[in-house]
Design a protein around this ligand. Structure first.
Ligand code: AGP
Length: 613
């Protein structure tokens, strides 16, 4: 779960790497470093802390040249200090590596290398890679073959980039398993390597994605891809539609704020090309869904982690309600241990912004092993979850940089709704009037989201009154129950306030004991089929002295008379209401964290894509 950038070409690699790392900082920000070949010598600059520290370091002791590689780290083995920061040089100082992943057999390899007299200068597993490469070079191999030999020796999942001062015309990289992607960006007389597309978007949109157990030798003018066993591969060159501007903060203070406010556009893009409002029909061509297949489906397992899993919970309700197909939601990290009962009539549907979440990919692998069909709903184009699926729905939201997921939550809600309608249609399980009405409701969504966003100043005011709270409960029922979970997750991950989402109906079975004047309670009470039940929940919380912040439908005087604060949302068809009710909770969490002066985009201990189990 680290960020990697590499450059080879006529330009100075240093600013290219620093800029690229800036766009990847969301992947990890415990330490950062770069290595550049300058006058025949590998120069390394690295330090603990955020990328700004590396930028200072490069200003204090400049370095320039090409090729170069860089890294921003989310620590797994070894504390996040300068010694453990990447890149790691070998003993000869002629080979250097950056790495994303965990060398699972590193203790064993380190013992073998130590017995040979190798001195380790960090506590990282990564350092074994560079020493192994040097060991093989010392036995007569060139960088490519020494790297290949090493890649075959290490266990686990990895993205690795290596360069050698003795072979300055190349960078060698590899992807093994699901530790995150390795993308090669194709330029004119120059080439780029990155763990993720945003790092190289300003230079090129033509990219090659390495598959697992593939390595590449990248020179200024060529990219040679092979399997680790030496079989040449003719890689597919993809054209990425995202542009560099969509990965910029623009006028906003934080990416999260920008991404919240982008939701009118991202929801519009989500519908684009998929909805035929005249015919009242949905098209999801990349899903490869035929009427025959739709009729055969007996069960859908939705699997995902974190925010994406909460989208999956809403999806379960939608698919069961609209398409009448039994669904189960299984958290990605548990799926493979739950021994799921699946066969060829079951679909495993993974939801992931990054498409690289290790636990979600492991769930997909489990599905594959059991012979099921795999679908995914993914944002990152070309990511593993997109490529290994038999069919996919692309979120079409553009890059999401803030660690707290926002627009990549509302987009899959709409995708799942569209999927439910399409399944119902293809199975012949829906009458035309209902289908047309469900499709027509989609047209309202971007504007309804816009109405909530226009209340930003009101929500910020409420955030000021909540800025010092220590705990917060979020309650919801029915289709808005997952939104209680999601609202609580947003608050806790960026403001470090303890927050819990709970099914409102479960309160009386225990958690109600927590409610007193120090426990604010956020109640999701829009005009949906559970509205009355939520009213009685608000009354119960008030009776125990709790401060109630209600999410309510505009004009709902009853809720307004009961709650201490109201986050207003426009009237929305109930099956689409989560798209609208979550937005004020995103805004509330954002403002509370920003008022507390916290690093909203890069909260402590987190990273954007969790590519470790
Ligand atoms: C969301 O705000 C989180 N930071 C996190 O829960 C995230 O949704 C989860 O790690 C899954 O990521 P993915 O969508 O990239 O698979």
């Amino acid at each position: 779960m680290c960020g990697i950038v590499g450059y080879i070409g006529p330009r100075d690699a240093t600013p290219i790497i620093l800029n690229g790392l800036k766009r990847l900082e969301y992947r990890g920000y415990d330490s950062a470093g770069l290595a550049v070949l300058q006058a025949g010598k590998i120069e390394v600059r690295r330090d603990a802390g955020k990328l700004s520290r590396l930028t200072e370091l490069v200003q204090e002791t400049p370095v320039s040249g090409s090729p170069g590689i860089g890294h921003t780290r989310w620590a797994t083995h070894g504390a996040p200090n300068a010694r453990n920061a990447h890149p790691h040089l070998g003993s000869t100082k002629r080979v250097v590596v950056v790495h994303n992943g965990i060398v699972e057999n590193f203790l064993e390899l380190r013992d073998e290398l130590t017995a040979e007299g190798v001195k380790f200068s960090s506590e990282t597993d990564t350092e074994t890679i560079v020493h192994l490469v040097e060991h093989h070079i010392a036995s007569g191999l060139d960088l490519t073959e020494a790297a290949r030999r090493t890649f075959l020796q290490i266990q686990g999942a990895h993205g690795i980039v290596l360069l050698s001062a003795d072979e300055p015309d190349k960078i060698v990289c590899a992807r093994i398993g699901n530790a995150g992607g390795v993308v090669i960006g194709l330029g004119e007389g120059e080439n780029f390597i990155a763990s993720d597309i945003p790092a190289i978007l300003e230079h090129t949109r033509r990219v090659i994605f390495l598959e697992s157990r593939q390595m590449a030798v990248v020179t200024r003018d060529t990219v040679q891809v092979e399997t680790l066993d030496g079989m040449a591969i003719q890689p597919q060159v993809h054209s990425v539609a995202w542009d560099a501007v969509s990965a910029e903060k623009g006028e906003y203070r934080h990416f999260m704020q920008k991404e919240i406010h982008e939701q009118v556009r991202s929801l519009t893009d989500t519908l684009a090309g998929r909805v035929d409002f005249n015919a009242g029909r949905i098209r999801l061509p990349e899903l490869n869904l035929t009427p025959g297949l739709a009729r055969k489906i007996e069960k859908i397992y939705l699997t995902a982690c974190g925010t994406a899993a909460y989208a999956g919970m809403v999806g379960k309700i939608l698919i069961e309600k609209i398409a009448r197909i039994p669904c189960a939601l299984e958290i990605g990290s548990e799926f493979r241990y739950s021994d799921p009962i699946i066969d060829e009539n079951t679909i495993v549907l993974a939801i992931s912004q990054s498409g690289e979440t290790a636990d979600t990919l492991a769930a997909m692998e489990e599905g594959r092993k059991k012979g099921t069909r795999l679908w995914s709903i993914v944002n990152a184009i070309g990511s593993q979850a997109m490529r290994i699926a038999d069919g996919y729905i692309s979120m079409q939201t553009g890059p999401e940089i803030g660690v707290a997921s926002t627009k990549a939550f509302t987009a899959p809600l709409v995708d799942l709704y569209m999927l439910a309608v399409l399944l119902a249609d293809l199975r012949g399980g829906i009458d035309e009037k209902t289908r047309r009405a469900l499709v027509a409701d989609l047209r309202l969504i971007p504007a309804l989201a816009g109405k909530v966003l226009s209340r930003d100043a009101e929500i910020e005011k409420i955030a000021y009154t909540l800025k010092d709270i220590r705990d917060c409960l979020y309650l919801g029922r029915g289709i808005n129950m997952p939104i209680a979970y999601e609202g609580a997750l947003k608050l806790k991950e960026i403001s470090y306030i303890h927050a819990e989402g709970y099914p409102a109906g479960e309160m009386k079975h225990g958690p109600i004991a927590l409610i007193d004047e120090n426990m604010p309670v956020v109640c999701l009470a829009p005009k949906d089929p559970w509205h009355e039940k939520m009213i009685s929940q608000i009354q119960q919380a008030k009776a125990r002295g709790g401060m109630v912040i209600a999410v309510a439908t505009e004009g709902d005087e009853l809720v307004a008379s009961l709650a201490d604060h109201v986050l207003w949302v426009p009237e929305t068809p109930w099956m689409l209401s989560p798209v609208v009710t979550v937005i004020p909770l995103q805004m509330l969490a954002y403002h509370i964290a920003a008022i507390r002066g916290l690093d909203v985009d890069q909260p402590r201990n987190l990273a954007k894509s969790v590519t470790v189990e």
